[in-house]
Design a protein around this ligand. Structure first.
Ligand SMILES: NC(=O)c1ccc[n+]([C@@H]2O[C@H](COP(=O)([O-])OP(=O)(O)OC[C@H]3O[C@@H](n4cnc5c(N)ncnc54)[C@H](O)[C@@H]3O)[C@@H](O)[C@H]2O)c1
Ligand SMILES: O=C(O)C(=O)C[C@@H](O)[C@H](O)[C@H](O)COP(=O)(O)O
Ligand SMILES: [Zn+2]
Length: 362
């Protein structure tokens, strides 16, 4: 088992990464209180809930099971989970555990952040995306019809337990979504990791255990380092949003057909094309980004949408400042910047050129 610390002074917490960790939960989390709410969903519950319940022992263990999909990350479900906590007379010294992917984690985290002004929160992520990204760093949220994650809070978990064995039951599609966020870390922060991903993309696609373990560990190390340096996204944490301004617009307008990781992948390809067109990213690096995303079975072409629709969603991005759009853009493999962008023609040109460049290449 590996342990990475997210260093936030008295709110520092461990990320445990290993195999067969569900069985070791009570040893890893000795400080758990008597009242525990497990939030999970209808797919994960039949697979892992019993194992987790058994490992947690005899306290007052209540489970709240939500439906599947991004639509469940809603104020409606938030209210229902609050109803469950209140119906069972949970006190402020209770704990909320998220057992599931990013949807469960973001929703349960927002509940934990706000129930009685904040109760202990633990993340047990079961998708690759949640293991490498959403369970770490304390961004919690629900969606609003107007956009992704518009209602939420920064609220750190007390611990994150990553059991990589549970990735075995993930669909290929959802597994690939996690790789989009893994590739993001290479692009924004670590050229060597990007090279390693290029060399091991096939091992990763085949879920070769050592390759998966390394990708999860390195991703968590990078995220932990960035969050420790800038918890509230005042500067460098914004880089974790590479591809997301485009991605959120795609996702929020296509919840049923596009998953988060897919939207981020297409958004990352557009961001790279944007910089290539300004001569601020070499043709070669833009091509490497596109190729790696494709090698990991991720889309690099966005769905067709009128520019006005892109604008509506992108203007609601949380990085917008004084009404001006700010995008995270790659300047090289291993480096990115946050840039104010006022010229929508350039945005439109990157979206359409990215799509036609892809058609030319394939
Ligand atoms: N808070 C953050 O920092 C952060 C970071 C990245 C993404 N996110 C959010 O995370 C969400 C996407 O997360 P996701 O990709 O995990 O989606 P998800 O939670 O919808 O999970 C994807 C699918 O996998 C299923 N599943 C979960 N674990 C499984 C397992 N072990 N075996 C089989 N199926 C399993 C789920 O039921 C779902 O159908 C989005 O809402 C996104 O905005 C948040
Ligand atoms: O942790 C962060 O910071 C991120 O931006 C990680 C992203 O992968 C994640 O999708 C996050 O939820 C996006 O946040 P938002 O602030 O753009 O809603
Ligand atoms: Zn993301």
């Amino acid at each position: 088992m590996q342990c990475i610390t997210v260093g936030l002074d008295e709110r520092s917490y461990p990320i445990y990464i290993g195999r067969d960790l569900f069985a070791q939960l009570s040893r890893l989390l000795p400080q758990l209180p008597n009242q525990i709410l497990i939030v999970t969903n209808q797919i994960v519950a039949p697979l892992y809930l019993e194992q987790v319940q058994q490992a947690l022992g005899d306290g007052q263990l209540v489970t709240h099971i939500i439906g599947d999909g991004e639509g469940e990350k809603s104020l409606h479900n938030y209210q229902h989970i609050m109803d469950t906590l209140i119906a069972h007379s949970f006190n402020r010294d209770c704990a909320v555990i998220a057992l599931g992917g990013g949807v469960v984690g973001d929703l349960a985290g927002f509940v934990a952040a706000t129930y009685q002004r904040g109760v202990d929160f633990y993340q047990i992520p079961t998708t690759l995306l949640a293991q490498v990204d959403s369970s770490v760093g304390g961004k919690t949220a629900v969606n609003h019809p107007g956009g992704k994650n518009l209602i939420g809070a920064f609220y750190q978990p007390r611990a994150v337990i990553i059991d990589t064995d549970c990735l075995a039951t993930l669909t290929d599609r959802d597994y690939a979504c996690g790789l989009a966020e893994v590739i993001k870390y290479g692009i924004i922060h670590d050229a060597q990791f990007f090279e390693w991903l290029e060399a091991h993309s096939q091992d990763l696609i085949q879920r070769e255990p050592q390759a998966v373990a390394y990708a999860v560990r390195r991703s968590c190390e990078i995220k932990a380092e960035i969050v420790a340096a800038d918890e509230r996204e005042q500067n460098q944490r914004a880089l974790l949003n590479l591809g997301h301004t485009f991605g959120h617009a795609i996702e929020a307008s296509h919840y049923d057909s596009w998953h988060h990781g897919e939207a981020v992948a297409a958004g990352t390809a557009i961001a790279a094309e944007f910089m290539r067109q300004q001569d601020e990213l070499s043709d070669q690096d833009a091509e490497r980004i596109r190729r790696l995303l494709q090698a990991c079975n991720l889309p690099v072409v966005a769905p067709s949408m009128p520019l006005s629709q892109w604008q509506d969603y992108m203007q609601r991005d949380k990085k917008v400042k004084a009404g001006q759009l700010r995008l995270v853009l790659p300047t090289a493999i291993g480096a990115a910047c946050l840039r104010t962008v006022t010229d929508w023609d350039r945005v439109a040109s990157a979206i359409s050129a990215c799509n036609s460049a892809c058609n030319e290449h394939d």
